[in-house]
Every structure is written in C-alpha cells, then in structure tokens.
Design a protein around this ligand. Sequence first.
Ligand SMILES: C[S@@+](CC[C@H](N)C(=O)[O-])C[C@H]1O[C@@H](n2cnc3c(N)ncnc32)[C@H](O)[C@@H]1O
Length: 273
Amino acid sequence: MDNSNNKHWKNVTYAGVYDRVGEFALKEELDRQVFEQVLRYIPRKGILVDIACGPAHISKAISELGYRVYGIDISKDMFGKIDSRMHYDFFRGNLVNLDQGLIYQIESKDLLADVGIVVNGWYAMTAQERKKDKNKMEKIRWKSLLNMSKLLKKNGILIITDPLSSSRKLSLLNVISFIKREINAEIQTRLGGKITILKKIKASFVVLLRVLNKKSAKILQYNRQILKDSHLFESAEEMCSFIKRTRIFQVIETNDKLYLGHNILLVARKTVE
Ligand SMILES: C[S@@+](CC[C@H](N)C(=O)[O-])C[C@H]1O[C@@H](n2cnc3c(N)ncnc32)[C@H](O)[C@@H]1O
C-alpha cells in the first residue's frame, strides 16, 4: 500500500524544531498521563515499545526507571533528538508497511513488548499530501494497528493518544482557550503550589514568549498542516468502535481532554495471537 506520509515526516526542518513541543506545559501534562498509565500496566522487568517515538520523551523517562525500552519511527532525523548516551534501541520502521525483517529482528532480540505507547502517532500515519480517500485511510489505520500488535506479547497493552478532529479548528476562541489552558498548566506543572497573582503574571509572560518564539511558531504551523492532511476520529466513541471492529485489541479504558488539542487517551489489550 502506498504511504506518502513519509514526505511529511522526512521534513528535516520539522524534525529539527519538533523537540521543542516538549516545552509546552500542556504537552508535558499529556505525556505525564501516558507515563502514569505505562507504570500502571508494565510488569516488573517489563519491556516498553515507543511507537512513532519522535524524540521519545516518555520512554526516556521510563528507561530511567530501569525498564527496557526501545523506539520505532519512520524518520531517522527524529532519532537525532534522542540522547545517544541512553540505553535505548531505535529501529527505523514504517508502521503502515512494517518490514517482516524488522519483526524477526525484534523477536530474535526478545524485544516483544509488554506495553506499547503511540503518542500523537497513529493519526500521524494517515497524514497524506494527496486528496483523502476514506477507504484508503481506514485501511491504513487497520494495517498500522495490526502492525502495532505484532510488536507486543500475547495480551500486551497498547496505550494510544491521538487528537480528535475538533483539534483542527483554529478559531479565535480556541486560540484564547489554548493560551489560558497553557498558562494554567504552566502554573500547575512547573510553578507548583497555590495559584497566586504573581505566579499568574510570571506564567503569562513565559507562555507569551513561548508562543511567540520562532521555533514554537513553526511547530504550531507545521502541526496545523499535518492535522489538516490527516484522518482524525470525530469522537472517542468513533475511535473505540473502530478498534472494536478490528478485533485486534479490546478497549479497556478511555478518557478525552483538552491538551494542546482535544486528545483521546485510550488503553487496549491485544486479543489476537
Ligand atoms: C506528532 S509526532 C509524535 C512524536 C512523539 N510520539 C511525541 O509524542 O513527541 C508523530 C511521529 O510519528 C512518526 N510517524 C509518522 N508516520 C509514521 C509511520 N508510518 N511509521 C512510523 N512512524 C511514523 C513521525 O516521524 C513523528 O515522529
């Protein structure tokens, strides 16, 4: 199956600036949610695979706790952002057309994982420059989900978080709401303690500088285009019923919340052999 989404992710400039997305307090909040879910489900001495890992912020933090972790991504430039001193394996792979050789390599190294995470990565696999074809998009989702299951042990857990389609809307109200939420997240995640006027002023200033920063502005601009070219689920229910139909995973829990966009966070258990 043709997968022209490579063009989006082979963009070296994007890989160069993407790491800065970690500076947003709302992304840190989302990452923390995923981090906590991983710790709930990973057994002692368990293995974690970070699918479409990008700069691998969450799995880096998990590896520091002593778990075995590795990442897979289509873009080798994203790997350049991962600390080379880390005990961490990377594989370059396309989850839509997963190379059988790569699966053998992972199996032979005993790297089938107990838990997999795919953070803002599943929708990314559907980012196409050409006009959208709904059937083709559904096939990409299905095939990539099946490929993700091949990286997991029997009954393995997959934690997915993806933006829902309302994240595309860039109205003035949404921008204002985003800035307000980012200021609150900045206070909660980085300044801590009770909210005071002084903290509000400090956080507002930090957020303003962050949003006006050239690199951050570039990420937001690229992301806008990628979201536009991607197939996003309308709602949590739609995503759950799609996964149910595939019979590859069984959904265990979901929640959705406004982070950088409106994200759903979903935990599922592998049901295929
Ligand atoms: C929005 S970034 C998210 C990165 C990371 N998970 C994070 O939360 O920061 C999407 C990632 O998906 C990767 N990607 C896109 N299509 C892919 C595919 N078909 N197979 C593997 N990775 C893919 C991109 O290279 C990029 O690193």
